[in-house]
Design a protein around this ligand. Sequence first.
Ligand SMILES: *Cc1c(COP(=O)(O)O)cnc(C)c1O
Length: 415
Amino acid sequence: MYGSLGISKNVIELAERAEKEIKNEFEEIDRICELNSLKVLKAFKKYNVSEVHFNSTTGYGYSDIGRDVIENIFADIFETEDALVRSQFISGTHALTVALFALLRPGDTMLSINGKPYDTLDEVIGIVENKSSLKSFGIKFEQIDLVNDDFDYEKIESRLKQSKIKLIEIQRSKGYSNRKSISIEKVEKVIQHIRNIDKDVIIMIDNCYCEFVGDKEPTQVGADIVVGSLIKNLGGGIAPNGAYIVGKKELVELAGERLTVPGEGKEVGPTLGINKYILQGLFMAPSVVANSLKTAVLASKMLENIGYKVEPRYNEKRADIIQTVEFGKEDKLIKFCQGIQMCSPIDSNSIPEPWDMPGYTDKVIMAAGSFTQGSSIELSCDGPIRSPYIAFLQGGLTYQYGKIGVMRAIENIID
Ligand SMILES: *Cc1c(COP(=O)(O)O)cnc(C)c1O
């Protein structure tokens, strides 16, 4: 059977060996999956989810009880006050943008404490010139870089004491950078540090790729507002689009009024039949995240065993579902991504090539044979074409499909 997908005996043996070495990691992933499943089920029971909640609204979307229950459930899982979970968010970047425009006013300063934020926010913030940026509205941006993959506590303290900062953004996942992703423990520590200096500054977290990787979410360690995408972890591979914002009631309300209309906010927004898919996706999410973590751990171990530099290593504690592999050579990165595409369910006969993408300086190669366009909780792999040629691998709706994809990709790079 493996032969029919072009996977050799050599790679089967590599996978068998790696699987024997990652049993402990899989046990820990299963433990976290169980905890998060308990969390989800408890929230479903609390709000008595029923078939009526799958009903749809159209037009303005008044009185959508399914939408309200979904938002209550998200708030419950994040142990926070309120949530905005909408298909009107067209992406994670859109939800981050809505949150930033909702919370910042002309003259305010936003501070990122993990260096430059995610690439797609460049034009939103105005790091790259755009007529519609926050900068064009007179909102200032500053950043403090990480030192040795941790926050620069001294610089943060001196900056907060110097003059008023309105909002601090922390992006946990690494994006296309070389740094490590930021653990919940580090988030907790830095929030305590910030709170000792400034009680009011809004602390906003870009939580993309981090949900359900551990047993706690940032709102449980003091974050005011948290943002993420539904075509990543919490959509469970089932939500067809959308994103979420959760946090303090007054902040979520502002986000609602920015997404829709001042004075209407969260009260409007038709769900057009999506409620069932958001609920079912959330229900599946703990297990889907666990499967993508297992896929990442297997890839990490197999690639390390054949001599590649990987981050994180198989036995390191993970903050997100991203696995990076340093290939050092352009053709290996390309071939690896092409191998992932070959064993994807959709467009398996397409061959991805590096291409110019809006918002990126280098060409990027992307393997994404997913049911949902751009979904990266489904097995996907991408990377900018620049030295040291790092692949960013993520997703895998089931471990078995993830494993087969990784095996085919490794087959493609070994001589
Ligand atoms: C994916 C991601 C986003 C949002 O990306 P979209 O493609 O717009 O959904 C933002 N921040 C991080 C760290 C991400 O990984």
